[in-house]
Write a protein that binds this ligand. Structure first.
Ligand SMILES: [Zn+2]
Length: 132
């Protein structure tokens, strides 16, 4: 970034509280929604886990439909297995992206977030960070 260019970060102080984990972070560590890097990664992991659940349920429902309604012959069973596998993979990816998008849209604090008053050890962390 050049000296004269303007960033959205210029309007904010150097340290900003992450809206997700409620910890004070350097402004360069936060994105436009004020999520820190750790929170984005944790959100992605959580969304991926729920995405696999969405994929698993979708694949199970599809397998049930194929088993009960289509009643496939054993001749092309590999194709049906591949169809269910593709459904699992695709729906887990779609589920992950939709769930992560909803997380970002709602922009709520994380379950594990603790307000600063509940963290007495934070003062020690802040002083040690300034020294280096
Ligand atoms: Zn955070």
């Amino acid at each position: 970034m050049t000296e004269g260019s303007v960033s959205w970060r210029d309007r904010f102080p150097d340290e900003i509280t992450c809206v997700r984990c409620l910890r004070t972070r350097d402004s360069t560590d936060l994105d436009r929604l004020f999520w820190c890097r750790e929170c984005r990664e944790a959100g992605r992991k959580r969304a991926a886990l729920w995405g696999w659940a969405v994929g698993g349920v979708s694949a199970a429902l599809l397998a049930l439909y194929i088993w009960l309604v289509i009643r496939p012959s054993t001749l092309i069973i590999g194709g049906w297995v591949a169809t269910v596998g593709a459904c699992l993979w695709l729906m887990s990816r779609i589920g992950r992206e939709v769930i992560y998008g909803v997380m970002r849209f709602r922009n709520r604090r994380a379950v594990e977030a603790r307000p600063p008053t509940e963290r007495p050890d934070e003062a020690d962390d802040a002083s040690s960070r300034r020294s280096d």
